[in-house]
Each structure stands twice: as structure tokens, then as C-alpha cells.
Design a protein around this ligand. Structure first.
Ligand code: MD6
Ligand code: FE
Length: 213
């Protein structure tokens, strides 16, 4: 029988102009990506940072690449060092960069060259409230986001915090690319449901690649 639709191959789901989900695009690399996550976090551990509003984030974060995103009571920033141990962020693994660049190209952004990768770790209950990513200098560059482990509900909204948001389940290996007219859309992650993923265990990891400088 003709195999009209094989679930073994990645497929694309458009989200909005400039934004697309590449379903399962990172699944074949998941094991290697996960090993890199473990080695990066052995050097610069995941940490629960404090927002300028004084709240401890429920998502634990670390970074790799030339610049890393963090927050403390003074505000959000990109820096070359992890201020928890004054160590530089580990270099971005070649596999991370090539995956991000290939995904961006497939989504119509052939010139993407990330210099920062934020690693988010979610445990059950962890969430990310609606926000915009606008601390990067060149907003013409897209963001590439890779999800591993437990599934999570992603909220994808409009250009005002109060705009209604789509809810989309992101699963192991899914890659989201967004830029262009969608670059400043509000988005977030609903509280993670408990579970155990066969490779990743009781967590969800998300890698977001950006061009910061
Ligand atoms: C997450 N992602 O999926 C959080 N930001 O865990 C983000 O905040 C995000 O997925 C910008 C672009 C893509 C994203
Ligand atoms: Fe974001």
C-alpha cells in the first residue's frame, strides 16, 4: 500500500506568518542533544533565577554559546559569564548550531547564525507566563526552539499581553521557528503535567537559539 503519510518523517504545521512547527524534527538527534544538555549543566548548573519583580522562576535555566540570558533583581540581561560562578558559558555544540540553522532554513530563514542558546528545564508544575522575547539586538533574526522530554502546552498569542492565545501541545523532538512578523508575539508555557519520558525522565527541556549581538 502507498504510504501517503508516514509518522516517521517530520512534518510542518504553520502557526502564523513567520512561525512554523517542525514536528519531530529533532527526534533522531534527541539522545545526542540530551547528552550535551547534561554536560553543559555539569559545567554551568541549572538555576532558578529571581525576576526583577522578586519572584523565583519555576523553570531552571542555564546557557551555552557566546552569550547567556539571565535575570536577577536588577533586570534581564545577556552576558558572557554565568554570574553564579563567574565562568564563561560553555561553547555551543556543533550539533546544536547545525540543527538550529537547518531548522531555520527549512522555515525560510537561511541566514540565521545563533550566538546564544538558553536551556530551560521544566519539572512538574513549572510554567512560563506570557512574555515577549525582545532583549535581542536584531529582531529580524528568528528564534528556534527545540522541545525534549515531557509534553507541554505552549501558548502562542498576539502582540498585546491580553490578546487571545492559541494553545498547542509541544512534544519530544518538536522544533518551533518564529521570526518575521511574528517575532514579538506573546507566548508562554502552561504548568507542566507530571510524567516520565522514556529517554528524558520526569522533565521537559527546551533549547531556544537566538542571535543576540
Ligand atoms: C519553552 N519557549 O518552550 C519556552 N521563546 O519552554 C520560549 O519562551 C520561546 O519557544 C521564543 C521563541 C520560541 C520559544
Ligand atoms: Fe520566549
Amino acid at each position: 500500500m502507498l504510504d501517503l503519510f508516514s509518522e516517521d518523517e517530520p512534518w510542518q504545521e504553520p502557526l502564523a506568518e513567520g512561525a512554523v512547527i517542525l514536528r519531530r524534527r529533532a527526534r533522531d538527534n534527541a539522545d545526542a542533544l540530551y547528552q550535551h544538555i547534561l554536560s553543559i549543566s555539569a559545567q554551568n548548573p541549572f538555576a532558578y533565577r529571581i525576576t526583577p519583580g522578586g519572584h523565583r522562576m519555576s523553570v531552571a535555566m542555564t546557557n551555552c554559546g557566546d552569550f547567556g540570558w539571565s535575570t536577577d533583581s536588577r533586570g534581564y540581561k545577556y552576558s558572557e559569564q554565568d554570574d553564579q560562578n563567574n565562568r564563561k558559558w560553555p561553547p555551543m555544540p556543533h550539533l546544536f548550531r547545525s540543527l538550529a540553522q537547518e531548522a531555520a532554513r527549512e522555515a525560510g530563514f537561511p541566514l540565521f547564525n545563533p550566538d546564544a542558546c538558553l536551556l530551560n528545564r521544566y519539572e512538574p508544575g513549572a510554567k512560563l507566563t506570557l512574555h515577549q522575547d525582545k532583549d535581542e539586538k536584531d529582531l529580524r533574526q528568528p528564534i528556534v526552539s527545540v522541545s525534549l522530554g515531557l509534553p507541554a502546552v505552549f501558548q502562542f498569542g498576539g502582540f498585546e499581553r491580553g490578546d487571545s492565545a492559541q494553545r498547542i501541545l509541544l512534544e519530544h523532538g518538536d522544533v518551533v521557528v518564529w521570526g518575521g512578523p511574528s517575532r514579538l508575539r506573546y507566548h508562554g508555557i502552561l504548568p507542566l503535567k507530571p510524567g516520565v519520558h522514556p529517554l528524558i525522565g520526569a522533565f521537559r527541556y527546551n533549547l531556544t537559539f537566538r542571535r543576540v549581538h
